[in-house]
Design a protein around this ligand. Structure first.
Ligand SMILES: Cc1cc2nc3c(=O)[nH]c(=O)nc-3n(C[C@H](O)[C@H](O)[C@H](O)COP(=O)(O)OP(=O)(O)OC[C@H]3O[C@@H](n4cnc5c(N)ncnc54)[C@H](O)[C@@H]3O)c2cc1C
Length: 236
């Protein structure tokens, strides 16, 4: 996947995501500037046309790694506790790594104030935050696949169209997962769980269709009202 984010001075910073090795294409097979040019000519010709200093830029920007860090324990009795990336580094495709660390800080502060025994506070912190960190780690990985493969897939786009309409029909209940994660106070684990239910409904309702005409809106509304409770006030 190649992405380009705009800079304030009117340029773009482009980032190419590839496996390091073992799959084609990978960074091992596009190492030199000549190999990279051939790869871009075949794969991203429209972007290449906008990169006047391609070879120079390729050589001066080294590759690095992205990883998901999963640890069994986040604390050592009352002596040490991990938070932020040290506890749960994630791939950056949901833009939530820093936010997740801020949420850790809020939780740890609250639990330390409530628990004079540090070991208990750290244990409660791990119990509260670990499932949420694991949920956003999983959603960040899913978002990569979605950004790379799905955005120009007609079936996926139809699901997004239906998702927006259901969000308008049921604003208290059917909140798109991206919105719950990015724009609400919904805990990641709850957003993950509700998002899975919502996605199954979207996939089922749009399967084999190329538009929303003739959809059984009454049946869909009834399922939502019966099975998807309103978002709790502190998560909305
Ligand atoms: C490409 C990319 C894009 C991202 N985009 C987003 C985004 O859009 N939104 C978002 O919320 N998050 C984003 N993130 C994630 C975010 O940057 C991290 O989640 C966040 O920086 C984690 O903060 P942290 O304090 O836990 O760790 P860090 O920022 O890694 O801070 C750890 C600090 O400890 C220092 N350190 C390490 N070892 C020692 C030592 N032995 N002694 C003293 N100091 C030490 C390091 O130098 C560093 O300064 C992105 C990450 C990447 C890689």
């Amino acid at each position: 996947m190649l992405i380009a984010l705009p800079n304030t001075e009117g340029t773009f910073t482009a980032t190419l995501f590839l496996p390091h090795k073992g799959r084609t294409p990978d960074f091992e097979s596009v190492e030199t500037a000549d190999e990279a040019r051939r790869f871009f000519e075949a794969t991203f010709p429209d972007a290449l046309a906008l990169m006047p200093r391609f070879e120079e830029d390729w050589i001066s920007h080294p590759t690095s790694s992205l990883a998901t860090l999963r640890l069994r324990h986040w604390h050592l009795d009352r002596r040490a506790v991990l938070l932020g990336d040290a506890a749960h580094a994630m791939v950056p495709f949901h833009g939530q790594g820093m936010n997740c660390a801020f949420e850790d800080v809020e939780a740890l502060d609250r639990l330390m104030a409530a628990n004079p025994d540090l070991a208990e506070a750290f244990a409660a912190f791990e119990v509260e935050r670990k499932p949420n960190a694991e949920a956003i780690q999983a959603m960040a990985l899913e978002n990569y696949v979605e950004m790379r493969d799905a955005v120009d897939d007609p079936a996926w786009r139809l699901q997004r169209t239906l998702e927006l309409q259901l969000a308008e029909r049921h604003p208290e209940r059917f909140v798109p997962r991206y919105s719950m994660v990015s724009f609400r106070r919904t805990p990641y684990a709850l957003a993950f769980e509700r998002g899975r239910w919502q996605r199954a409904l979207l996939a089922g309702a749009t399967a084999g269709r190329d538009g929303l005409d003739g959809l059984d809106w009454a049946a869909i509304d009834a399922r939502i009202l019966a099975e998807l409770p309103p978002l709790p006030a502190d998560a909305a």
